[in-house]
Design a protein around this ligand. Structure first.
Ligand code: ZN
Ligand code: ZN
Length: 412
């Protein structure tokens, strides 16, 4: 028998179900489990070389396998192959996975009127959904995320426990019956669920300014018309700083900005950052990015964005972080003090504030202007033989921790 210790981004990315299916396909006995230090432990009793080879080659799209340590061990393997409860002691640096944009399989269900998650803004699966933003403790298991407040209904439970289901062991799943939901606060009125999102889309189209709670914090949304954007600038006390846009799809982006192959690939990646692109006409989106020939655009990444665009007429909306200059993004941790026309909020707590990431290509090189959603809390290696902490500058900072040869950068 062999015990394998897999290091990398292997928790919360569908790695255990993948290992389970692989082991069963190869007819192996043993188990797989998450450990408390962020690694995955696997016990198998067969061809270890072929197993490791396929493990690396066929892994889930967002998993990163940094290393696999193989030890030979004595004893009897369990009957069949099982996923064991997480356990182990906490020794090494361990991190939850980053948040992942809605995958294509979930999008298909989101817009399928026959699906039980039709237009449900918290659709997710093993391959996509919130991760870092909902994890308040490790290991990354449902009981350690803010979704613990929403116990599964029978239907979700069936998916979660069915090894052949694409939501098998997906910690972030929920549905209309058991999961969180949105509501729109409009003056003294509260409009629940999908009706609230539809109303929010109507308000935005008609030039109102609406706060929208997302994965990692609140955004402010409005159309890109100059007079509406000037109104927003007054509210946020930001006379000049360019705002980011969210576009309906990549085709819409290409109509207003130059997008090369690499930029397109980044914009469509699971990170879905804001890409700073060259405007096709420097006078377009004047109030959004005054006197600039570039514009920051991102594509929808959370189900609520897709549902909003389904009901929006506009192909572009301003979507900027809801905070006063110098303050962090708002996440329900106080009174929402910005004078907006309506607030589209949901009842899932945000464990970690995560702003949108910003990238820009200089020549062929990708520069990360703001490293946040999708990038955090990924690590990189730096072998210098010391542990250290760096706290950055006074403004616009992120902190860095170096421990056991690994650097963890915080979100912006
Ligand atoms: Zn998905
Ligand atoms: Zn459910």
């Amino acid at each position: 028998m062999y015990r394998l210790t897999v290091k990398g981004i292997v928790q919360g990315v569908g790695f255990r179900p993948f290992v389970y299916r692989l082991a069963r396909a190869m007819g192996l006995k043993g188990y797989v489990k998450n450990t408390g230090d962020g690694t995955v432990e696997i016990l198998i009793d067969g061809d270890v070389e072929e197993f490791v080879e396929r493990l690396k080659r066929e892994k889930p799209p967002i998993a990163v396998v940094e290393s696999v340590r193989v030890e030979e061990v004595k004893g009897e393997p369990p009957e069949g192959f099982v996923i064991e409860k997480s356990g182990g002691s906490r020794k090494e640096l361990s991190l939850p996975p980053p948040d992942v944009a809605t995958c294509n399989a979930c999008l298909k269900e989101l817009f399928d009127p026959k699906d039980r998650r039709y237009l449900y803004p918290f659709i997710s699966c093993t391959d996509c959904g919130p991760r870092f933003s909902i994890a308040f403790r490790l290991p990354y298991d449902r009981e350690n995320t803010t979704l613990v407040e929403f116990p599964f209904c029978d239907d979700c439970g069936k998916e979660y426990w069915n090894v052949d289901d694409r939501r098998y062991y997906a910690q972030s799943i929920a549905c209309k019956r058991c999961g969180p939901d949105y509501e729109l606060v409009l003056g003294n009125r509260i409009i629940k669920g999908l009706d609230g999102i539809i109303k929010a889309a109507k308000l935005i189209d008609s030039g109102e300014i609406v706060a929208v709670k997302g994965l990692g914090g609140y955004h402010i949304a409005c159309v890109t018309d100059d007079e509406v954007v000037w109104k927003l600038r007054k509210i946020l006390n930001r006379p000049q700083q360019p705002f980011a846009l969210m576009a309906r799809n990549i085709e819409a982006v290409k109509k207003v900005a130059k997008v090369n192959k690499e930029e397109e690939r980044e914009m469509l990646s699971y990170i879905r950052p804001i890409a700073v692109l060259k405007k096709k006409s420097s006078s377009s989106f004047f109030a959004v990015a005054p006197k600039l020939d570039t514009i920051g655009i991102m594509l929808p990444y959370a189900p609520v964005h897709y549902v909003l665009f389904r009901f929006l007429k506009a192909d572009f909306i301003v979507l900027t972080s809801a905070n006063m200059p110098g303050e962090p993004m708002f996440i329900d941790d106080g009174v929402f003090s910005l004078p907006v026309d309506a607030v589209l909020r949901h009842n899932l707590k945000i464990a970690n504030r995560v702003d949108d990431s910003v990238i820009k290509f200089v020549g062929n090189r990708r520069m990360i202007i703001r490293r946040s959603r999708g990038f955090v809390p990924k690590t990189f290696s730096l072998e210098v033989g010391l542990n250290a902490i760096a706290l950055g500058a006074e403004l616009y900072n992120s902190i860095a921790m170096l421990k056991d040869g690994k650097v963890v950068l915080s979100q912006y």
